[in-house]
Write a protein that binds this ligand. Structure first.
Ligand code: ZN
Length: 250
């Protein structure tokens, strides 16, 4: 009899690729760079459009820097970081870092962004309570991840948030998948190989944040971290370095 504890985990499916536009919605500057941006680099290389929406400017993210100075700095770092992987549209929703509230106001802001960008693929970061096991997630990630999963439907319903119609934002019911990065239950993956160097360069643009976080050389830190994540995901993707997602189809 086989022991379920020692069975090989299921292999991850290749991500759907019959789409043209993706929108990534996350809580903080750097959320996409800690693991996801190698996939973004591969997508933009292939001629797909990817835009970023950030709920906050990450202004509460650096202990030694007061929010009024930190917010604009992290916004600049995020824009530079996005540019490295071919993303020129970066928007901020101005929710308050650290205390982002899940609820209609957040869902409405994200639904508005979905209607503006009209993506087939929505990307967000882990919406679950933990990263797996007992590694507790942060409330902002949970709130933004959940609200993004909800906003895929909200964006398509004209009677939810009718004031968006007054702003000229017509319903968009074209989101076909929401792909959650950093999930402990991934289902799909993207080959991280071609985009990995740019993913490292992209993470390095968050230099102020990284220098406050670690005494290590920033480049060695970024490369070791992203290579490690890609290798771990690759164990379930034929041994190729990978970016894993939990994909919710609609
Ligand atoms: Zn974050």
């Amino acid at each position: 009899m086989s022991d379920p504890q020692h069975e090989q985990p299921a292999q991850l499916e290749p991500m759907p690729d019959d789409w043209r536009r993706a929108l990534a919605v996350v809580a903080h500057p750097d959320d996409l760079e800690y693991g996801c941006s190698a996939a973004v680099a591969a997508w933009t290389d292939a001629g797909r459009e990817v835009a970023y929406v950030l709920a906050t400017r990450g202004e509460a993210g650096i202990d030694t820097l007061e929010p009024a100075r930190c917010g604009p700095l992290r916004e600049r770092e995020q824009r530079a970081s996005a540019a490295v992987v071919g993303v020129s549209e970066v928007e901020f929703l101005d929710h308050e870092d650290g205390v982002v509230q899940y609820g209609p106001a957040l869902r409405r802001d994200i639904a508005a962004a979905v209607r503006r960008h009209r993506p087939e693929l929505l990307i967000t970061l882990n919406h679950r309570d933990t990263w797996g096991g007992v590694a507790w997630n942060t409330p902002d990630h949970v709130a933004v991840g959940r609200a993004t999963l909800d906003a895929a439907g909200d964006a398509g319903n004209r009677w939810i948030f009718p004031d968006l119609l007054d702003q000229g934002l017509q319903p968009w019911d074209g989101v076909r998948w929401v792909a959650v990065a950093g999930s402990s239950s991934p289902t799909h993956a993207v080959d991280a190989g071609p985009g990995l160097d740019r993913a490292v360069a992209s993470l390095l643009e968050h230099r102020t944040y990284i220098e406050a976080l670690t005494k290590e050389d920033p480049e060695s830190y970024a490369r070791a971290l992203l290579t490690g994540y890609a290798r771990a995901a690759g164990e379930r993707f034929g041994g190729r370095p990978a970016v894993a997602f939990e994909v919710f189809s609609r």
